[in-house]
Design a protein around this ligand. Structure first.
Ligand SMILES: [Zn+2]
Length: 97
């Protein structure tokens, strides 16, 4: 169900964001998505590793934020934070590959 909306749209969105990140000036969305940015600065430098993160709707379903780029390290850290909250793993973890 929820997984079906991933796939094509997600790829398209990622391609759009890639252009923006490559152009410079995009900031990490980790904090918007409910987990802290672990990098010293929020800017995502062109050419650095990033992932299209999305809001953890378990935190507040009323306040879902759109998917946006996060530093790779911030995005990779999110699942462990969710685990700490004893939430079931979600299948869309494949976003960061
Ligand atoms: Zn970050």
């Amino acid at each position: 169900m929820a997984d079906a909306k991933y796939g094509h749209d997600h790829q398209k969105l990622r391609a759009e964001w890639k252009r923006k990140v490559d152009a410079g000036g995009v900031h990490c969305a980790a904090e918007l998505h409910g987990h802290p940015c672990v990098m010293p600065e929020t800017i995502i430098h062109p050419g650095s590793k990033w992932a299209l993160g999305h809001y953890d709707e378990h935190i507040d379903p009323e306040q879902v934020m759109p998917p946006a780029p996060e530093h790779f390290r911030c995005n990779a850290k999110a699942p462990s934070l969710w685990k700490q909250r004893a939430l079931a793993p979600k299948e869309d973890y494949q976003w960061f590959t």
